[in-house]
Design a protein around this ligand. Structure first.
Ligand code: PDD
Length: 285
């Protein structure tokens, strides 16, 4: 089992120095990325990640160079060659290389393609089921976080503050409304109903979130409302959970040092986590 890195058509050493200093990803964070879970040696929900990546590229006016079939085949090749069965694949596409100037000329740029595969520590992932801490922080990101761009500075700062306090992630508040987490989507359970921010421009439409909303909750007969809620609603929740590609459904047991509910992973969160793991085991194209 080994980590592998692929850059513009060839495998290179992980961390190899092969990126131009004029790459717009480096100078402006001008690019997009995607993170796809590898489970039992297969990509989970590959088509969802591919659709989201192509959407991010359309929104950013970055041309797609790789045909969808080749893109999928490359995922299969990197998994096979790495021997990694539990991990994730990182894909990054920057707008291209040109001397630093804010405006771009699409006709003169060739997007730069990076892909890498990494194992995940399954003991660490399994421990998340015991519950995690979260802290609230102001959402200081731009107003198009539905696009998965490389510009992650606010997330980097928020996540660092969260981890310094022993939290799994921060929960963002924008104008008093709870949007999402610094690396995950956020759900609240109140009186048996689950609430999450609508998938507009103020959250990333997480693939795990989509699984919960469209597959797992309906199969368990749990009502989901995609509706805004504020800090007070969050603080009075019966349960809170995060969702993301690496951790799945993650119960939050402490919010801003206060216990959530009885301070143990909630029943609804646990059912959803089990339901999500079932979908993960079944696999999805
Ligand atoms: N982060 N919201 C934000 C801000 C995120 O960064 C992520 C994922 C999610 C969850 O999306 P998904 O279910 O598709 O993983 C929501 C990834 C893992 C990352 O940036 O590494």
């Amino acid at each position: 089992m080994k980590e592998l890195t692929y850059f513009n058509g060839e495998f290179v050493e992980p961390g190899a120095k092969c990126v131009s200093l004029d790459d717009r990803g480096y100078t402006f964070g001008d690019g997009v990325y995607e993170v796809t879970r590898v489970h039992e040696g297969r990509c989970f929900a590959f088509s969802y990640h591919q659709d989201r990546l192509y959407r991010s590229m359309r929104e950013m006016d970055i041309p797609v160079r790789m045909p969808p079939d080749d893109f999928q085949e490359l995922h299969e090749i990197i998994i096979e060659q790495s021997g990694i069965t539990e991990g994730y694949i990182y894909v990054q596409i920057t707008r291209g290389v040109s001397p630093r100037h804010h405006a771009y000329d699409r006709s003169k740029l060739e997007p730069q393609f990076l892909m890498s595969i990494h194992p995940v520590d399954m003991d660490e992932v399994n421990r998340l089921a015991d519950g995690v801490k979260a802290i609230t922080l102001p959402d200081e990101r731009w107003a198009r976080v539905d696009i998965k761009t490389l510009n992650l500075v606010p997330n980097v700062l928020a996540q660092t503050k969260a981890e310094k306090k022993g939290a799994y992630a921060a929960i963002y508040l924008r104008d008093g409304i709870c949007t999402e987490g610094s690396t995950s989507n956020v759900f609240v359970v109140k009186d048996g109903i689950i609430y999450t921010h609508p998938a507009d421009h103020f959250i990333l439409k997480g693939i795990t979130r989509q699984m919960v909303v469209t597959k797992v909750a309906p199969s368990l007969g749990i009502t989901v409302l995609e509706k805004e809620f504020d800090k007070e609603f969050l603080a009075n929740a019966d349960e809170i959970f995060f969702s993301d590609t690496i951790g799945g459904v993650i119960p939050v047991t402490t919010l801003d040092r206060q216990p959530v509910g009885d301070g143990k992973p909630g029943k609804v969160s646990q059912r959803l986590a089990d339901g999500y793991n079932k979908v993960l085991d079944e696999g999805l194209a």
